[in-house]
Design a protein around this ligand. Sequence first.
Ligand code: NAD
Length: 500
Amino acid sequence: MVLSPTQNGPSAPTEERIASVLAAVPRQILIDGRWRSAATDDKLTVTDPSTGRRLLDVADARASDGIAALTAATSAFPEWSRRSPRERSDLLRSAYELLLERDEDFALLIALEMGKPFREAQSEVEYAADFLRWFSEEAVRLHGRTGLNPAGTGRMSVTRYPVGPCFLVTPWNFPLAMATRKLAPALASGCTAVIKPAEATPLTTLLFASLLEEAGTPPGVVNVIVTSRPADVSEPIIRDPRLRKLSFTGSTGTGRRLMEQAAPGVLRLSMELGGNAPFLVFDDADLDAAVVGAMQAKFRNTGQACTAANRFFVQRGVAEGFVARIVAEVDRFSLGAGTDPNTDIGPLIDTRSVEKVDRLIRDAVACGAELMYGTGPVPGEGTFYSPTVLTEVPRTAAILREEIFGPVLPIVVFDEEAEAVELANDTEYGLAAYAFTTDLARGQRMVDSIEAGMIGINTGVISDAAAPFGGWKQSGLGREGGVEGIEEYTQLKYSLTSHH
Ligand code: NAD
């Protein structure tokens, strides 16, 4: 592992460049087309996890601001929902083009506030932009169906209508992509929105909201609330009868709490929650492809992805070779600031994350796991954790149960295919899964038998704006992306027109 990679590659951004990107970020909340102060003068300080340094202070909203934002979204809904699909499509297309023009600014901002390695931040911007393009295309293809009723006495028709004002709550690990994955289908279908980014990474959403304004979003259609008190601000919005839908991405624990708050109003819900993805490598796998896939599925975003491979199940025949190659790859990693274009492994989001990852590793080692690579928390500035490889991990270890959300690759060896499937499914989660095999029939058996909403066969990257993203079991409800993603923001109306 190499520390501070800048010495040998392209250089990190200058202070002037950083200052100019930060200067473009609005520092207030957005309600009804106006950037305004929050109800109190309190500020929320956003810091760079790579250095711990303060980036910006922004308005810190209270419950009354959240309700004002919902009022704006409610007032804007009738007019926005009546706009033509083509108009809504064109607006999203303009936003897509503007985002691509400013991709480097957004990538730098993500790298600054999240610590995401810059090259990956660039990929996130592309991925985020893809949702704008995809839903711009879907906006004009939101069809229903029609036909004769079975008795032949009338015409049945099924039409989709936008649900209404939506509350969109996003996590810190993909600050731009999670915003576009929700906002684009909401706007495409004719819904209005209040969006609340995570308190660690509000800057990207604030800058993106100003881009949406520039693209022509009418006042009140998108409102942004930033707060250090998400529970106090969210609950009154969720309990307000004017709200028609909650779309949440975050941890399963928070998701459950919000579902309880949503129950009295029987609110429409989309829940993208935690994951505990298995990664299976069979004896017949192409080992080169499996190693590349493992590095992507595990270390993307420094392991802080809901689709991150959390548990590696490797068949005995290839286990030794797989471990040796993984350790060699990890040893080549450059660990450094998110803004550094040479960084492979950035910081974790905060000290709590460092402590959690450390606890899981210590527990696994205490239970008998072997530490093949890794040196623990990295001393000095920022919340860095050394990439880690563990073998001989006992099947009951907490690290195989809990979402790690860090750069740790735990390996368990298995003998039989059925055993691998049983291990893979032994979790309350069911978001993503990965399997590597050159046997086509076995690949299909994995697709059919693994309990997950998404599975990659011979690939470590599966997310795509054109595909339905979402989980089985306690990983969530509903889908984002694909043709399914826009349907989540609509409700059906069936009508029967009698022939008589
Ligand atoms: P989190 O649940 O702590 O926070 C998510 C959002 O909920 C943030 O906006 C936060 O401000 C808000 N929030 C937190 N507590 C709240 C409360 N009591 N009331 C109302 N709102 C509250 O999750 P996180 O740490 O930001 O994100 C990491 C988690 O997100 C991981 O579990 C990860 O798997 C999950 N995630 C899931 C997906 C997916 O699509 N399934 C994608 C990315 C991240």
